[in-house]
Structure formats: structure tokens, C-alpha cells
Design a protein around this ligand. Structure first.
Ligand SMILES: Cc1cc2nc3c(=O)[nH]c(=O)nc-3n(C[C@H](O)[C@H](O)[C@H](O)COP(=O)(O)OP(=O)(O)OC[C@H]3O[C@@H](n4cnc5c(N)ncnc54)[C@H](O)[C@@H]3O)c2cc1C
Length: 385
């Protein structure tokens, strides 16, 4: 059968554009078409845009100063009753990027060498692609259509897709280098709430939860001044953004000549929902596999590089989801007591989290064996049942 392109990428979000870019770089001779259903890349917005500086340069492969609106060097993690654990580095560790601008930069790079169709919805039967009224044939199809694709292929993964809501809020703030994380059932069921500084006294305040997202958001805004001991006092809301985060771990990566990347393959962190670094990294592996003509190697390589970390984070997500407010309070208080803040500040890494959490977990188990053994046993038994 006559081929129209070597590769057709469905979806021109971060994962689709990074994949197209990596394919053009690695498998230089390939002809590539990207099809995006929205008329402008980067919109509608749904992301907070917090990315490790290391991730921006190594995997997003852009200069952070081109896309960053702010930089952060630490996080305040708040327990349900207000115990604050602070983890920090001496200098900035993460950039808050302007996500639409980031995708526009990728679009500029990719559009120099690939065809891009905007405002066209694409579907595939696994062999060809239907783009509007046209049917196109390619050697490989890359499905980067995000959570819509994931949930239609894996209905059982839907329980790990949580609706999210974010407000850009002008605040009276004394603290623009720290992210705030709010734990507890008042803020979220199944995740957490956050406040990320965008600079100029604006914070992106958001949460994801299994239910009652709007009610919880109102509660968070009402309590924020008091919870942060006056560090963040919300004034007026400037922008409202919707979206959905996925915390359910890796899913199918290759089926015949279709390769899945990004949210469509479950390439997000189960602990924080962050996907940009992981899927940008995966896009490089995808391109290498296509260059070798071995699409199935992509699935193996992603498992090898990200599989164990994501599995560890999945276990942690399940443990956190099962902890009551009083257990969370006790945990944060005991992290302070055993100088866990110091351990996390020294060894913590946004993209590889399980090692340091295990380290703190072992320390907690050693110093408070009764409470943590009981907690672990109750969590294990509830997972089994
Ligand atoms: C509230 C929230 C906060 C987040 N914060 C962070 C963060 O701070 N850091 C981080 O790293 N990650 C964060 N994430 C996760 C991150 O945004 C996602 O992992 C990332 O957007 C996934 O990229 P993607 O390209 O796979 O999917 P998407 O960004 O969803 O892109 C999919 C693209 O496919 C297009 N598409 C869909 N269907 C079709 C079709 N039929 N035909 C053509 N095109 C189609 C869509 O229009 C879209 O452009 C956050 C997510 C949410 C919801």
C-alpha cells in the first residue's frame, strides 16, 4: 500500500510535539505529519507547569529562560491540621514554565521539518488515520492524544483520572520561591492541593480530587491565609483552568504499528501527576526504537528507564490515599521530629522520588516502629482486601 508519511502523530500537545521532534532528530529521513484538533497549540491550558530545571534542559531540551515565568527552590508541605514540613535547596531546583509558550516553541521547531495540521480531529483503526475527511496511511502511528485516548482504551484506568481545577490568584505573599502542598481529606480525595508561585504576586492555586472539586477549592481559598500563617492571602481570581490528572501508572505502549506516548500511555508521576519530564524522556526512546525499526523496543526501554520509579510511586500514592487525616498529621510531625526535612532537602529529587521517600520511611519505621508497623500492616491488608 502506498504510504503518505513514515510517521503520523495524533495530538500536538507536549508528548506529540516532543515525539515528532525526536523522530526528526534521530530518524532523520522520516517524513512526519502531526495532527492536532485544536486550532492553536498550547490551548486550552490545563497544566501548572512545574518542571525540574534538570528535566527542562535534559529532556524538554529547551533553555529554561525562554519558557520560565518563575523559579522555585523548595516546598512547604502542610498537614491537615497545619504542621508544616519544609524541604528546600540552596538555589532554584525547578522552573514554572509558561506551558502554551513551551508548546509554541516546540511547534516552531517541529514545523520546520514536518507537516502539521491544526484544527483537525484524527482517529485511527490501527492501520490508517482518518483526519477530517481524508484517510492517510503511515508506516508508524504515534498516539499522543492524551487522557481521552488512555481512557477509551483502558476503561479500568478511569478511576485514576481525577478532575482538577486551578485558579490564578493575586495574593499578598511573602514567599515566591516555594511551592505549597496541602494534604488532607478537606482538600482532596485521592490527591492534594497546591499553590505554585507564577511571579508578580500571582499563585496558581489548584487541586485534583475524586469529587467535590469546586467545594474543596472554595474551602482552600478561604483557609489559605490561616493555613500558611499569613504567607499567602488570596485577593482576586484572574483565571480559571480545568483539567484532569492521571495517577495510575504505565499502560500499553505499543500495539502493532501504533505507539502510545504521554498521558495516552500513562507516563505521569503517580505521586504528583507531573508528566512533562517523563514523556519527553519517553519520546527520545520512541524515536530511537523507530530509528532501529523495532517499535516494540520502545515499550521495553520505557519500562527499563521509568518502570521501577513509577511502580514505587504507585505504591506510595496508594499508601497516601489510604491514610487518614490524623495519620497524615502524625506522619508530618514525626518527619520533623526525626529531621526528615534535612534528609529530603539533601537527597530529594523531583523526578526520582522513591529512593528518598523510602529512606525517610525506613527512618520513621526505625524510630517509631509501633505506629508505622501498624500503619503499614493496615494499608497492606486494605490493599489486599
Ligand atoms: C491540573 C494539572 C496540573 C499539571 N501540572 C503539571 C506540572 O506542574 N508538571 C508536569 O510535568 N505535568 C503537569 N501536569 C501533567 C501534564 O500536563 C500532562 O502530563 C501533559 O499535558 C501530557 O501531555 P500529552 O501531550 O500527553 O497530552 P495533552 O497535553 O493532553 O495533549 C494531547 C493533545 O492531543 C490533542 N488531541 C486529542 N484528541 C485528538 C484527536 N482526536 N485528534 C487530534 N488531536 C487530538 C489535544 O487537543 C491535545 O493538544 C498537570 C496536569 C494537570 C491536569
Amino acid at each position: 500500500m502506498q504510504r503518505d508519511y513514515d510517521v503520523i502523530v495524533l495530538g500536538g500537545g507536549s508528548a506529540g510535539l516532543q515525539s515528532a521532534r525526536s523522530i526528526l532528530e534521530k530518524a532523520g529521513g522520516f517524513s512526519v505529519l502531526v495532527i492536532e484538533e485544536d486550532r492553536r497549540v498550547g490551548f486550552p491550558e490545563h497544566c501548572t507547569g512545574l518542571v525540574s530545571l534538570k528535566g527542562v534542559s535534559t529532556f524538554l531540551r529547551l533553555n529554561h529562560w525562554q519558557i520560565a515565568v518563575n523559579y522555585v527552590r523548595g516546598a512547604h508541605i502542610m498537614s491537615p491540621s497545619g504542621t508544616r514540613v519544609t524541604v528546600e535547596k540552596k538555589s532554584s531546583v525547578a522552573a514554572v514554565i509558561n506551558r502554551p509558550l513551551y508548546e509554541q516553541k516546540l511547534y516552531d521547531i517541529v514545523s520546520r521539518r514536518a507537516d502539521i495540521l491544526l484544527g483537525v480531529k484524527a482517529t485511527t483503526d490501527g492501520r490508517s488515520v482518518k483526519a477530517g475527511s481524508k484517510r492517510l496511511v503511515a508506516r508508524y502511528i504515534v498516539d499522543a492524544r492524551g487522557l481521552k485516548s488512555l481512557s477509551s482504551r483502558h476503561p479500568q484506568a478511569r478511576r485514576w483520572i481525577l478532575p482538577a481545577l486551578q485558579y490564578d490568584v493575586r495574593v499578598e505573599s511573602t514567599d515566591s520561591e516555594y511551592v505549597y502542598i496541602f494534604l488532607g481529606s478537606k482538600f482532596s480525595q485521592g490527591f492534594f492541593a497546591w499553590a505554585v508561585p507564577l511571579g508578580d504576586d500571582v499563585f496558581r492555586i489548584g487541586l485534583a480530587s475524586e469529587n467535590l472539586v469546586l467545594t474543596r477549592m472554595k474551602y482552600l481559598l478561604r483557609r489559605m491565609g490561616e493555613l500558611t500563617r499569613g504567607s499567602l492571602r488570596p485577593k482576586d481570581v484572574r483565571k480559571v483552568i480545568g483539567g484532569a490528572v492521571y495517577t495510575g501508572g504505565l499502560r500499553e505502549h505499543v500495539k502493532g504499528t501504533v505507539l502510545y506516548v504521554g498521558d495516552s500511555a500513562g507516563q505521569t508521576k503517580p505521586t504528583t501527576g507531573g508528566g512533562l519530564v517523563y514523556h519527553s524522556r519517553a519520546s527520545i526512546l520512541l524515536a530511537k526504537a523507530l530509528e532501529r525499526g523495532e517499535p516494540e523496543a520502545y515499550a521495553r526501554d520505557v519500562k527499563r528507564t521509568l518502570g521501577l520509579e513509577i511502580l514505587g510511586q504507585l505504591a506510595l500514592r496508594r499508601i497516601f490515599n489510604r491514610m487518614s487525616d490524623s495519620e497524615l498529621d502524625y506522619m508530618l510531625a514525626s518527619i520533623k521530629e526525626i529531621e526528615g526535612e534535612e534528609i529530603i532537602s539533601t537527597y530529594g529529587d523531583m523526578d526520582t522520588q522513591t529512593k528518598v521517600i523510602l529512606r525517610v520511611g525506613m527512618e520513621l519505621l526505625r524510630k517509631k516502629p509501633l505506629f508505622y508497623t501498624r500503619l503499614l500492616l493496615s494499608i497492606v491488608s486494605s490493599i489486599i482486601s
